[in-house]
Design a protein around this ligand. Structure first.
Ligand SMILES: [Zn+2]
Length: 223
């Protein structure tokens, strides 16, 4: 999709954003967007526990406010929460001050339910432009993208086993994997294929961690 190095010359607006990290270690970060959602988040947490995995949840402020108990469950299992705006708008269509409000309001929703202030920001749909990148930086958030998205592989095919296998061949050390525990229309396919993905990653010897751990591992290796 776009250059897969933190240090690569990224397209405008993606400067300083992380897509994946360079590491020789068999480690990937798991990220879940658009939750928390009582239909899907508990199942994701159950699977993460089963596979001794951790993840970063990029949560929507509206959902955080509605389901504070789920935010607490996410944190209690040792996962972390990032900012995915207040109500998931298309930031590219908004004025800079509106974008700033979306980022701040999303973060406020997270801290208001007692969670730590988020360190990471992910723009809805991965869309961003120069203004969004600058604003996220100004608010001292690290913008986190991904290099592989589960739903892109499995949502438009009848053969989910093949789709997951295809995805697994593309996972590299330092990959950032995106899946969804919320959003539209429903996440039935995600729930069906997530166990296959986690099993496949485990079988290939990948450790599954949150973004903070992935960045720390990469830094240690490059030291
Ligand atoms: Zn989203």
């Amino acid at each position: 999709m776009w250059p897969g190095r933190t240090t690569a010359a990224a397209p405008s607006g993606r400067k300083g954003a992380v897509v994946r990290v360079d590491t020789g270690q068999k480690v990937v970060a798991l990220t879940f967007d658009d939750g928390p959602d009582p239909r899907w988040t508990p199942r994701v947490l159950q699977l993460l526990r089963q596979y001794h995995a951790h993840a970063t949840f990029f949560e929507v402020g509206l959902n955080v406010t509605a389901h504070a108990d789920l935010v607490h469950d996410v944190l209690a299992d040792g996962n972390e929460v990032g900012d995915h705006t207040w109500d998931h708008p298309d930031l590219e269509l908004m004025r800079a001050d509106q974008v700033g409000q979306e980022i701040t309001r999303g973060a406020d929703a997270i801290t208001e339910v007692g969670a730590p202030a988020p360190k990471y920001f992910r723009p809805p749909k991965g869309l961003t432009d120069e203004a969004v990148g600058v604003l996220a930086n100004a608010n001292q958030y690290r913008t986190i993208f991904w290099d592989l998205c589960l739903e892109r592989f499995v949502d438009h095919t009848p053969d989910m086993r093949d789709a997951v296998d295809d995805m697994l061949t593309r996972v590299r050390p330092g990959s950032i994997i995106l899946a969804h525990d919320g959003g539209i229309p429903d996440r039935t396919k995600t729930m069906q294929t997530l166990p296959m993905l986690l099993e496949g990653l485990k079988a290939r010897g990948f450790k599954m961690v949150d973004v903070t751990q992935l960045l720390a591992d990469a830094q240690n290796l490059n030291r």
